[in-house]
Write a protein that binds this ligand. Structure first.
Ligand SMILES: O=P(O)(O)OC[C@H]1O[C@](O)(COP(=O)(O)O)[C@@H](O)[C@@H]1O
Length: 405
């Protein structure tokens, strides 16, 4: 018998508190259990359990101690890129939160969350209708917020799901912006979803302002100030892709140990792909330039003399991940996606992989946000594809007849 009715759903997935401080060398069999730096030692020196066994001598530099396996925490720590301890602790809490979300979106009980929690409309930016948050959006938001609080490293969290940023602690060194579960409108069909996050330093010069004001201003930093950004893709594999400003790396969740394993070091987006990704049903609402660009590349009449293919999952993280892997351009040409917690972190990742993020006219990271839930057209992709697209001039869609689906 399940006692599901008695407790919030997200407490029912297999995360027993005992696993959060698990230190045994015994191989783990329970999925998603990972040592948690902050709860064990608060130090970046803690080494997680090995994914595949192997020697303990260090090869140095990339966290690989000779067995060819590098976990996320090893990569971040002293034997990897050697981030500040505070940032390692924060990342450890973010990856833990995302494992919890991964378990929930894949759970047979996820569809009953709404009934159990009674959550529904509301949420960030006064959204309603198709933009209203789904129960899983709210649950994911709570999971991320709880992890950020427990990290002790975050002053303020700005989320798609909250009208205003949430002030957490005065001396937290970091600011986190996040879309906790993007693409959740697809969730009932088990289509991939994702978490997006960006990390800034707290602006200490604002410390004396009233809380609401400093929360807002810290969250509205330009994307050029990001110190880290990432996404977690919940798909056939759970992928954590992250950049700290020196390249973009992807890690794949090993379900047998609960570790994220480095699988795609130094991702380089191909300079040109052969794929465009857009909601093609809006063709007749597009401006002339965008229509001409798509017509050109799909007929193989562009600078690259091959016919392009269309791929559109309608889940931003999934569409971007494919674009990073295969090249091409992923876009949403209307004012729909959000600058602060979607466009900025994703543009940072794409640029760090050698690509470009633009609103069709300007580099995304050069834009100064003026409000938290600000929307804009978004184009992300391979350098040559982006240059060709922008050469058509008029690519931002202004017409919105009120799409319902
Ligand atoms: O309806 P469109 O214009 O194709 O937009 C789809 C896009 O909206 C998103 O679902 C995000 O919208 P929400 O932030 O409202 O969930 C993306 O994942 C996806 O790329």
């Amino acid at each position: 018998m399940h006692s599901a009715a008695a407790s919030p759903f997200y407490q029912l997935v297999p995360f027993h508190p005992k696993f959060q401080t698990f230190q045994s060398k015994t191989p783990l069999t329970t999925p998603y259990c990972t040592p948690r730096l902050a709860s064990i030692s608060g130090s970046a020196k803690m080494r997680p359990l090995r994914a595949l066994g192997g020697s303990s001598s260090s090869a140095g530099g990339d966290g690989d101690d000779g067995d060819g396996v590098v976990t996320l925490i090893e990569y971040l720590g002293k034997e990897g890129i050697d981030l500040k301890d505070d940032l390692v602790v924060l990342l450890d809490h973010i990856q833990y939160a995302c494992k919890r979300i991964a378990a929930i979106v894949a759970s047979p009980f996820s569809c009953s969350i709404g009934k159990q929690t009674g959550v529904g409309a509301g949420g960030g930016g006064g959204s309603s209708g198709r933009d209203a948050p789904k129960p899983l959006d709210i649950v994911s938001n709570e999971i991320i917020l709880s992890s950020l609080k427990k990290s002790g490293k975050v002053a303020v969290m700005a989320s798609e799901e909250n009208d205003a940023p949430t002030w957490i602690i005065d001396d937290g060194p970091y600011v986190v912006v996040t879309d906790p579960l993007d693409g959740s409108r697809n969730i009932d069909a088990s289509i991939p979803t994702g978490t997006i996050f960006g990390i800034y330093n707290r602006l200490e010069e604002l410390d004396n302002l009233p809380t609401e004001e400093k929360a807002q201003l810290n969250s509205l930093q330009s994307g050029s100030k990001l110190i880290a950004a990432g996404y977690v893709l919940y798909s056939s594999a759970t992928i954590l892709c992250v950049s700290f400003g020196s390249g973009t790396q992807a890690f794949t969740l090993d379900h047998s140990t609960g570790d994220f394993i480095l699988t795609n070091p130094s991702i380089k987006i191909p300079p040109r792909g052969q794929i465009y990704s857009v909601n093609d049903a809006r063709y007749f609402d597009w401006p002339e330039g965008l229509g001409q660009y798509i017509d050109t590349v799909r007929q193989g009449r562009g600078r690259y003399p091959k016919k392009y293919s269309a791929r559109y999952i309608c889940s931003l993280v999934a569409d971007l991940h494919r674009t990073l892997m295969y090249g091409g351009v992923a876009m949403n040409p209307r004012d729909h996606l959000r600058l602060v917690y979607e466009a900025n972190p994703l543009s940072f990742l794409v640029e760090q992989a050698g690509g470009r993020g633009s609103d069709g006219k300007n580099r995304i990271l050069s834009l100064q946000p003026v409000k938290l839930h600000q929307r804009l057209p978004l184009f992300l992709g391979s350098l040559e594809d982006m240059e060709e697209l922008e050469s058509f001039g008029d690519v931002q869609q202004k017409v919105n007849p009120g799409y319902e689906v």
